[in-house]
Design a protein around this ligand. Structure first.
Ligand code: CP
Length: 311
């Protein structure tokens, strides 16, 4: 029996505050493990995890693989580009063949919204969403939350501003659900063409189109990558214009709290959504986000496999 009330991690929408708390607290414990000379625990010995990536990834795939190794799990990496998907094999057949090799957990990234749920409906494995289309990227939001908590102590009533391509961003969606569940005050800022059409997005959050007003007194500013691969060319006049109105520059950051955290899920389009000067500044916690990603993914895999959080 898992310490969580969820069997799979499809997204953060609907995940309870207590489950998010358990994941973040467990990740904090694993963060300590990652500081030791021997960064490995036997928690998932005998468990087999397949990393099923149908979309490109640097951080998430590497981080899941490292998390699995740190937990002593057996891991298999599947990338669609060098698999039989190229010969026409369906997603379901791919899953069934991999499952026939007696795997326990599947970490999946796919361009299709709902693919993690589809795999769970057709398999006995525990499924973890590593990003499905523009829908959710729950472990990214969890690592963002862990990073904010490490610096600010708590998420409750903290002002978090998320800026950029909200419409195509699974990171924005997962952060929105997770941060509001944990009591943060979320402000979204995007050009009108990159603003979600779905009104439910604005429930419980503030929307502000002026970037300077959006970051006013913010405790953390999350700049999002422009998702060009999901975008029609006509949505933005030019990258230069986007940078002029929505880019995070020193001058824009002057409106935020003096110690505001600068965050980005990566990969960064430097000089577009975030100036290099800001990305590499003392206020930037972007590489800490990456470090925390391993701890968060360890926590998710451990807890979903039935591990108990420490008392
Ligand atoms: N943040 C994130 O998902 O990065 P990758 O696409 O490199 O995994």
């Amino acid at each position: 029996m898992s310490a969580l009330h969820i069997k799979h991690l499809f997204g953060l929408r609907g995940v309870s505050q207590s489950d998010i708390r358990t994941i973040l607290d467990t990740a904090m414990d694993f963060r300590q493990v990652l500081e030791r000379p021997v960064k490995k625990v036997p928690s998932l010995r005998g468990v087999t995890v397949v990393n099923l990536f149908f979309e490109n990834s640097t951080r998430t795939r590497t981080s899941f693989e490292l998390a699995e190794k740190r937990l002593s799990a057996d891991t298999i990496n599947f990338t669609s580009s060098n698999s039989s998907v190229k010969k026409g094999e369906t997603l379901l057949d791919t899953l069934r063949n991999i499952e026939a090799m007696k795997i326990d957990l599947v970490v999946v990234r796919h361009k299709g919204t709902g693919v993690p749920q589809f795999l769970a409906d057709n398999s006995q494995a525990i499924i973890v969403n590593a990003g499905d289309g523009a829908h959710e990227h729950p472990t990214q939001a969890l690592l963002d939350m862990l990073t904010i908590e490490q610096h600010l102590g708590s998420l409750k009533n903290k002002r978090i501003t998320i800026i950029g391509d909200i419409r195509h961003s699974r990171v924005a969606r997962s952060n929105l659900w997770g941060l509001t569940t944990m009591g943060a005050q979320v402000t979204l800022c995007a050009p009108s063409t990159l603003t979600p059409r779905n009104r439910e997005f604005f429930n419980g959050v503030h929307f502000e189109q002026d970037v300077r007003k959006a970051v006013h007194e913010a405790d953390a500013v999350i700049a999002l990558r422009l998702q060009k691969e999901r975008m029609d060319d006509s949505l933005l006049p030019s990258m230069r214009e986007y940078r002029n109105f929505f880019g995070i520059t020193r001058e824009v950051l002057e409106q935020a709290s003096p110690s505001a955290l600068i965050m980005h899920p990566g990969p960064i389009n430097r000089g577009v959504e975030l100036d290099s000067e800001m990305a590499d500044s003392d206020q930037s916690v972007i590489l800490e986000q990456v470090t925390n990603g391993v701890a968060v993914r360890m926590a998710v895999l451990f807890l979903l496999s039935g591990g108990r959080a420490s008392e």
